[in-house]
Design a protein around this ligand. Structure first.
Ligand SMILES: [Cu+2]
Length: 720
């Protein structure tokens, strides 16, 4: 059914050395890389052969095995374990695996991926997170923005250029379907000689009971368990996490459920193992594919040299650990310079109360025994402090002897990639507040506006987009729900100030922009207590306005407190070596100044990458260079609402009359026909009687009438 043949022969499928997933690696010299993703429902802790399995001592056994000492374990490669919870959970996955197959291609190749929706009842789309889709905005995989959703049974073929090089991933962009497991790594390798050997590490929070839709409903209506309301946990700085309840953490789809984290009692589910050779350096490509929680990632006994984020290089920075938020990627290098053995790879959320969640995997040196590590995490002391990259706040509590290198402290290592400059008449600045402003209700929004998605493919059916915000009265202290789009003119330098301020702050948001990797010029953080690290006040650089005191302001129409900072005159902008990102954490009470050059015509969504916030409306569209939109491919699918308008209703009623008339005419003809038939039969009877009276004097041949002109004439007169 798919065009495989010569295309696929230029590529090959491999078992990646560490991953249980069959991945796709395109041959370096190929121009076209073609593969497919089959989207299906699937269950954790089961396979077609074993039906259901349970974990014990890092192995899996078929459900009916009662004595594991004389039974063969079930190979874990074919089983999505999640956290090993035996009650199976419904997933939506690609190619029956979690994460889905790694897709690895080289810079500049043309990628063709056939996505077939085998789900019985849900639509899908696949977004290629971090790829710019220059010239192909209709391949960005966002339902009702870049395409119509792929319906059950349909196949949609994505085709785009692999650019830029770096660590990316793919995931569903439909509702909160990503939480159900439809995700995987997408790596664009550089065409460079002798790259380091590499591993892909996908980390995520995990709830073994709920699918994405259930999680969303519980966010809206509250999580009540055992007649007790679930209280969101808090970060070190006092900001809150949302209502996705993580029971466990996974690395490459594997984790274990801790019955008692303090005492280390868990369900013995198998973990992911990364194999390394002693005295060799490895590149780890780390992706947070989770729903909500940031993870602090470390490797026991090994320092990490962080070299890249979101596909763009940063000056190598040594650290004990780094923090990675949903949607972000960090690449680090480690040198396997310790004694041969097993070492814990740890991911830990930044929750302080009332719980925290850990993800674990094993770094195993060649020739080390197949046992679990017994290593311990680095102890941070006054003399030997731990350094953490990408803190979403400024200080750890003083007694933790841990120092932050925030993202705004990092610099690009690219030699010639300065920020787009301010050009007279071609510079625009926007203040965008990602928050939950409100008095009685607190919708996820940007500047108080929750995004209402179009009901058509926005990029290819732009004239049919209704509910544009210009038809609504959105304002300083109001909430709105509409199709919120910011129009960007071609070639402009666009400076955006992402905020997390006003009455709706209190939760940090990882903001993701499609179609671009923006330049991070400056970040402003909240004011904190330097000893405890706790939040004191929001950053004073921003004037939230709104005509009300700050503690009541929705911060929907913010500006610089110092008006001389307008027109690109913000002090201390890093213009020469700004690092680039497509996903950046905006801490509660803080801001980030970013720039893009509007050189990629398209309709791009920009949203919080916390799944439930995005699904609830914390998103907006960038309508970039509308006049220069690339032409959509021939026969590109269209979709939309169907509503009966007033005139059409009349037409519908008229057509009903027509139908009735048609029916009555048909009845008339039937009645006439029946009457004619009756008359004809009566005539036949009369003629029959006439002929039978003559039969004695004429031949049999006359019965046909052929030789009897009087019969023929009579016949003609009657029915002619
Ligand atoms: Cu958010």
């Amino acid at each position: 059914m798919y065009k495989t043949g010569s295309m696929l022969s230029s590529c090959f499928l491999v078992f990646l050395s560490v991953s249980p997933v069959i991945g796709y690696v395109c041959e370096k010299t190929a121009q076209i890389c073609e593969t497919s993703l089959d989207i299906e429902h699937y269950l954790t802790m089961s396979s077609h052969d074993s039906l259901a399995v349970y974990p014990q001592k890092g192995k899996l056994y078929k459900y009916d095995v009662t004595n594991t000492s004389n039974a063969d374990p079930v190979p874990k490669e074919n089983i999505i374990t999640g956290d090993g919870w035996e009650m199976r959970r419904l997933l939506v996955v690609a190619n029956q695996s979690l994460p889905g197959p790694d897709i690895i291609v080289y810079e500049g190749q043309t990628v063709i991926i056939h996505v077939k929706n085998h789900l019985h009842s849900d639509t899908v789309t696949i977004h290629w997170h971090g790829l710019h889709q220059s010239g192909t905005p209709f391949m960005d995989g966002v339902p009702f923005v870049s395409q119509c959703p792929i319906e059950s049974g349909q196949t949609f073929t994505y085709k785009f250029k692999a650019y830029p090089p770096g660590t990316f991933w793919y995931h569903s962009h439909v509702g909160s379907q990503r939480v159900d497991g439809l995700l995987g790594a997408f790596v664009v390798r550089k065409n460079e000689p002798d790259p380091l050997p590499e591993h892909i590490l996908q980390i995520q929070d995990w709830n073994h009971d709920w699918d994405g839709n259930m999680g969303y409903q519980l966010m809206v209506y509250g999580i009540i368990e055992n007649k007790t309301k679930y209280i969101p946990s808090q970060s070190l700085d006092g900001s809150f996490y949302s209502l996705f309840k993580a029971q466990s953490g996974l690395i490459n789809g594997r984790g274990r459920f801790y019955f008692d984290l303090e005492r280390g009692i868990h369900n013995e589910a198998p973990l992911e193992v990364f194999n390394v050779k002693q005295n060799t350096s490895y590149r780890f490509r780390v992706i947070n594919v989770g729903a909500l929680f940031p993870f602090r990632v470390s490797v026991d006994n090994h320092m990490l040299s962080v070299i890249e984020s979101d596909g763009y290089p940063i000056r190598p920075t040594l650290a004990e650990s780094f923090v990675i938020n949903p949607g972000e990627r960090f690449d680090f290098v480690i040198n396997a310079n310790q004694s041969v053995g097993n070492y814990w790879i740890r991911g830990k959320t930044l929750e302080v109360t009332p719980r925290n969640t850990i993800a674990e995997a094993i770094l195993r040196y060649d020739d080390a025994p197949d046992v679990e590590p017994t290593t311990a995490r680095k102890v941070c002391t006054e003399q030997d402090k731990c350094v953490v990259i990408n803190c979403p706040f400024t200080y750890f509590p003083k007694d933790e002897f841990t120092e932050c290198i925030r993202f705004d402290h990092l610099r690009s290592s690219a030699s010639n990639d300065p920020a787009p400059p301010v050009v007279d008449g071609k510079f625009k600045e926007y203040f965008l507040n990602f928050a939950f402003p409100g008095v009685t209700s607190f919708p996820s929004s940007v500047n108080g506006i929750a995004l209402e998605f179009p009901t058509v493919s926005g990029v290819s059916q732009p004239q049919q987009v209704t509910n544009a915000c210009k038809n609504f009265h959105c304002d300083e202290q109001k909430q709105c729900k509409c199709t919120n789009a910011l129009s960007l003119d071609h070639g402009d330098t666009v400076q955006m100030v992402f905020l997390n301020m006003g009455v709706g702050r209190g939760w940090a948001h990882p903001v993701h922009m499609h179609g671009h990797s923006f330049y991070v010029l400056k970040m402003g953080y909240a004011v904190y207590n330097e000893t405890t690290g706790k939040f004191l006040a929001q950053n004073p650089d921003i004037d939230c306005r709104g005509g009300v005191p700050l503690e009541k302001s929705f911060c929907n129409t913010a500006t610089w407190a110092n008006q001389t900072w307008l027109n690109g005159n913000v002090p201390d902008l890093e213009l020469q070596n700004p690092p680039r990102k497509d996903t950046l954490i905006i801490p509660s009470g803080g801001y980030a100044v970013i720039r893009i050059r509007a050189d990629n015509p398209g309709l791009w969504i920009m949203h919080c990458h916390i799944e439930l916030h995005a699904a609830d409306g914390m998103a907006m569209l960038l309508n970039e260079s509308f006049d220069n939109l690339p032409k959509t491919p021939k026969h590109f699918p269209t979709c939309g609402d169907y509503k009966i308008e007033e005139e059409e209703e009349d037409a519908y009623v008229d057509s009903e009359v027509d139908i009735e008339e048609t029916i009555s005419m048909q009845r008339f003809y039937v009645i006439v026909g029946v009457m004619a038939a009756v008359i004809f039969l009566q005539l036949l009877v009369i003629i029959g009687m006439h002929f039978s009276s003559k039969r004695s004097s004429s031949s049999k041949a006359d019965i046909t009438g052929k030789t009897n002109p009087s019969f023929n004439n009579y016949y003609k007169r009657t029915l002619g």
